[in-house]
Every structure is written in C-alpha cells, then in structure tokens.
Design a protein around this ligand. Structure first.
Ligand code: HEM
Length: 260
C-alpha cells in the first residue's frame, strides 16, 4: 500500500480515540477529551525537545540549544493559550458530565510529572502515586536518576570555563533543584560578560515563567469552572493548586536579579 496522509498519521486510530463516557453523550465532553489529548501530545513533544536540549548542552552546542529552547517556548505559548478554548465551557456544561470522570484528573498525567522531573521538581511521592508495573511508574522511575535540565546547564557552564561549585556539579540529581547561594556570583559573572550563556539563562527564565503562567491560568480556569469544590483527583481543588503557584524551577536565576 502506498503511504498516504491517513496511513502516515494513523488517522483511523487517532480519530477513533475520542470516546465520551456520558449518556447522550453530552455535547461538551468531546471538547474536554480533545483538549486533554492535545495537551498530552504537546507534553510528549516538549519532553522530546527537552531531552534533546540536554544532549545539545552536553555537546556545548549553544546555537542549537537556543533554537530548541525557542521551539519549546513557542509550544508553551500555544499550550497556555489553549486554556481560552476550554474556558468557553460554562460550569453547567462541565457539570453535565463531570461525575462520569469518577476519580480521573489531570493530576494523574504522568507526562506532566515527567516534565516536572526534567525541570528539577523531583519527588519520590509523585512516583508512588502510580501502581507498580504501570506506565507512569516505569517512566518516572527511569527519569528519577537522570540529571535534570538544570544539571545539564551547570555542566555546560563548567565546560565553558565557569567556576561552577563542585557541590552543585555533584548534587544528588534525585533531589529537587534548590537555590544555591554559592552559584550566584558565577551566574552574575555570566550575565556581565558572556552574552551567549546569558541568553540561555534568559530563555530558561522564560521557560520557568511559562510553566508558572500555565499553572496560574489552569487554577483560574478551575476556580471559574468548579469554584472551591474538591477535585476529581481527590485534592482540595483550587486550594491545592494555589500552593503550586510561584514555585520556580530554577530559583537561582530568579534570585540573582536582585543582586545584578
Ligand atoms: C474544566 C477543566 C479542568 C478542571 C475543572 C480541572 C481541575 C483540576 C483540579 C481540581 C486539579 C487538582 C487535582 C484534583 O484533585 O483533581 C487539577 C490538576 C491538574 N490538572 Fe486540571 N482541570 C481542568 C483541565 C485541565 C487540562 C485541560 C489539563 C491539561 C492537561 C489539566 C491538567 C492538570 C494537571 C497536570 C494537574 C496537576 C497539577 C499539579 O499537581 O500541580 N487540567 N485539575
């Protein structure tokens, strides 16, 4: 069979994957399924690019690293803007099928947790929520001992001749990335005299800000759609989500701004 648009993209399979569970089915459930599937595809692509970015940093390939980061940032803009689409669904429209979601929630998105791990937010509890033998657990177990994007960036800076403290380079990569005051003079030096490396720093701040922007838009969407009701995933809902705001992935890059 010659390759066609449909066979290449596996369209028959792809278009058979949107299966509402509500009676009727409720009109808005299709939008809800499509948007979550689109998100998961974008998460897949972002992870693919961030893994590549780590190999580019290991090779000290600054132009391609900047190019790849620009791509991720552009996707992130789209991902944040997509919230507008879901916000066209009113609270009553959502309630028409919400109870059929049972305990299903974006909280269980293992690709989102993988993204958090790559960005330095490592934590054992995130793995333990997935049953033994599940795909989510397998993926997070694989990511846990891998260096994060921040570790790759510190390695890149050291290879570029900056005196990155040995403790930062040898940090336990299974622990969350935490602020390190020792690193601040090095980063300040980079901002003052290395335009290429400081451009990378700025793009990492864009990435961090973009993730925080998504969290903010998501919590606002949650507040306008379900108010202060509990989440289907079992959390307190908007109250829980609010605690995840303003937690930077790369705290040192924010901290040095005061000292520059
Ligand atoms: C009507 C739309 C939505 C509502 C009402 C909603 C509600 C919630 C709630 C209440 C939580 C907290 C966990 C829980 O108890 O369930 C949550 C978490 C989450 N949701 Fe949504 N959500 C919506 C759309 C989306 C979309 C489109 C995505 C895209 C993938 C998404 C991804 C996530 C993620 C990744 C978390 C975990 C956040 C964290 O733990 O930091 N949500 N959502």
């Amino acid at each position: 069979m010659p390759l066609t648009y449909s066979s290449y993209l596996k369209l028959d399979e792809l278009l058979s994957l949107q299966r509402p569970v509500s009676d009727g089915p409720e009109h808005d459930e299709t939008l809800f399924i499509v948007i979550h599937q689109v998100y998961e595809l974008w998460f897949k692509e972002i992870l693919h690019e961030l893994d590549y970015l780590e190999t580019l940093l290991a090779r000290s390939d600054t132009p391609r690293a900047l190019h790849t980061l620009r791509r991720v940032l552009t996707i992130l803009k789209v991902v944040v803007a997509q919230i507008d689409v879901l916000e066209t669904m009113t609270p009553l429209e959502f309630l028409s099928f919400r109870e059929r979601l049972e305990s299903g929630s974006g909280f269980q998105s293992f690709q989102f947790r993988e993204l958090e791990f790559v960005l330095g937010m490592k934590r054992r509890e995130a793995i333990e929520r997935y049953p033994e033998g599940s795909e989510g657990r397998r993926r997070l177990e694989r990511r846990m001992p891998q260096p994060t994007l921040w570790d790759a960036f510190l390695g890149y800076l050291a290879a570029r001749g900056f005196a990155v403290p040995a403790a930062s380079l040898a940090r336990d990569v299974t622990a969350p990335v935490a602020e390190s005051a020792e690193l601040h003079p090095v980063l300040i030096d980079i901002y003052r005299r290395d335009p290429e490396a400081s451009a990378l720093c700025e793009r990492l701040v864009d990435l961090d800000e973009g993730i925080q922007e998504w969290r903010y838009r998501h919590v606002k969407m949650v507040q306008r759609t379900i108010g202060t009701k509990r989440g289907t995933g079992g959390s307190s809902g908007a109250a829980y989500l609010t605690t995840t705001l303003d937690r930077p992935c790369f705290p040192d890059l924010w901290a040095i701004r005061t000292e520059l």
